[in-house]
Design a protein around this ligand. Structure first.
Ligand code: HEC
Ligand code: HEC
Length: 463
């Protein structure tokens, strides 16, 4: 009753002046936008775009591309072995950012200075904001991760870096397998790859990729979540709420932490992006240029052939001849048994020549927040990558011509103006401006986050 009164008051206050207003929901402590607009009729351009979407989805139309709200758990794709609950999401949101999870460093002085979010933070659209993300052994943050560098008093072999670009965690709910080569995940797309799971026992537990990654990632990135962690940093209550049916001896462990992190990640959806608002009927959310760009995307430029569905990814793998990491330009490659044959992409995991050099189709939201693109981080602007696609000339000469996908080599001739619009659609139309709603205000340790090394603490305003 109180709540209804509260909303009635807000309506009364703002209805004359604003079409949209934001209200803090006291239950979820997240901002929610409410609209008072009466339905706006689609313009001729809107109608053309709507017709295009119908035609590329056999008449399904906008719902084929629409993301659910982040608290609409019933409509978020999830692992039947890990149903999403409010309590898991609340715990996972904190653990993902909690620098006190950095409890198993290779260099003792780095204790509690890094987290999952060191390489996946909101400021960079949940990527790293740098060509090669740095976990343990990194120094500094800058504004969106761009200033993080190696601590050069530590041997490079002891620094937590990976031989491939950190992807975003946005929209992971829309992929059943994780990593650029898709090796994490024990169902769906990975059926038939069981023989290659020797190093991934978590796949055999039958979990989907998001869950497998959240379990495995804690070991790879030197995190330590156990009973002592839960007690020392005041997380026991949250674990109790999230996992009331798990026996106490098994409640404060890597497994439950991984499930909570995965549940949270599944809710991290760019559903306030202009494109998503447009799909939901707010025809003013996109500019006319962005609408024309979208028409290209779903039409002449053929991007939708691979970038489709709510996340604009098709869960498949393709060879587009993009460059790999090399030892230059802010990246270092070292031998790592977790990554047997990075350059071969999907083929490095399946050992099948037909999968060689193929990488997973990425989602395309909030790209400019990150600023580094392609599995090897060889592109620094959306425009460069769009032109690369349209021109169909590979940058990586290690990839034999006959392995390149025909949709890549199939050149599309767009005018300068059409390319500009396509870039605007991706950069602005697909950018959710409010990702900070997925970041906690504080973490239970009260440490700095997503990093807490001395320089990051200064950069992040913690000290
Ligand atoms: C050192 C930086 C770093 C840290 C720390 C880190 N990640 Fe990642 N993450 C990466 C990189 C790099 C990849 C891609 C690896 C690959 O494809 O082989 C990745 C991949 C992922 C993916 C797969 C996304 C996709 O589309 O396939 C998810 C999900 C993810 N990380 C979540 C996490 C979680 C959860 C944690 C903490 C447990 C974590 N990451 C810690 C760098 C990092
Ligand atoms: C044949 C399938 C396919 C088509 C068609 C396609 N893409 Fe992609 N796209 C991919 C794959 C796969 C990658 C990742 C390749 C890699 O990193 O090696 C990618 C990467 C990208 C990226 C970089 C995203 C990131 O996070 O690194 C952008 C931007 C992009 N595509 C936009 C487009 C646009 C715009 C079009 C249409 C002109 C298009 N793509 C057409 C499959 C495709």
């Amino acid at each position: 009753m109180k709540k209804i009164l509260f909303f009635v008051m807000i309506f009364a206050l703002f209805s004359c002046e604003n079409d949209d207003y934001i209200v803090l929901n006291p239950e979820t402590s997240e901002n929610q936008t409410y609209s008072l607009k009466t339905t706006i009729e689609p313009s001729e351009l809107d109608s053309k775009l709507l017709a295009k979407l119908d035609s590329v989805t056999d008449g399904v139309g906008v719902s084929f591309f629409t993301l659910p709200n982040s608290d609409d758990y019933a409509n978020i794709p999830q692992d039947p072995l890990n149903p999403i609950t409010t309590e898991k999401v609340a715990l996972g949101k904190l653990l993902f950012h909690e620098t006190a999870t950095g409890g198993n460093p290779t260099t003792a002085s780095n204790l509690f200075t890094y987290s999952c979010a060191s390489c996946h933070h909101a400021a960079a659209g949940f990527s790293a904001g740098i060509r090669q993300g740095i976990g343990e052994g990194g120094i500094g943050f800058g504004v969106k991760g761009e200033s993080r560098i190696f601590n050069n008093t530590i041997a490079i072999a002891d620094i937590d870096i990976q031989p491939i670009r950190s992807p975003t965690i946005l929209n992971v709910a829309y992929q059943d397998v994780m990593l650029w080569n898709g090796q994490f995940g024990g169902t769906g797309t990975n059926e038939g790859t069981e023989a290659n799971w020797t190093n991934i026992p978590e796949n055999s537990l039958g979990f989907q990729g998001v869950e497998v990654q959240a379990l495995k990632g804690q070991d790879v990135h030197r995190l330590l979540i156990n009973k002592k962690f839960a007690k020392d940093f005041n997380y026991k209550k949250l674990f109790n709420k999230a996992f009331p049916d798990v026996p106490k001896e098994e409640r404060y462990v890597r497994e439950t932490a991984g499930l909570a992190i995965a549940a949270y990640e599944r809710t991290v959806l760019p559903n306030q992006s202009p494109w998503q608002q447009w799909l939901k009927g707010d025809y003013t959310a996109l500019t006319n240029k962005e609408k024309r760009g979208a028409k290209m995307f779903f039409g002449k430029a053929k991007c939708f052939k691979c970038h489709t569905g709510p996340a604009l990814n098709d869960k498949k793998f393709y060879a587009l001849g993009m460059g790999d990491f090399d030892d230059s330009n802010n990246a270092v490659v070292q031998d790592d048994t977790n990554f047997p044959d990075v350059k071969r992409g999907r083929g490095g995991f399946t050992n099948k020549p037909r999968d060689y050099y193929k990488f997973k189709t990425p989602t395309l939201y909030n790209l400019i927040d990150n600023g580094v693109f392609g599995h090897g981080g060889t592109f620094t602007s959306v425009r460069d990558i769009v032109e690369y696609k349209l021109n169909g000339i590979p940058e990586n000469n290690e990839v034999p011509q006959e392995r390149l996908h025909r949709l890549f080599t199939d050149v599309q001739d767009l005018t300068e103006n059409q390319i500009n619009n396509l870039v605007l659609f991706i950069e602005n139309g697909l950018r959710d401006p409010n990702l900070s709603r997925y970041v906690p205000q504080t973490i239970n340790s009260e440490n700095c986050f997503p990093n807490s090394d001395a320089q990051s603490s200064i950069d992040l305003g913690c000290s």
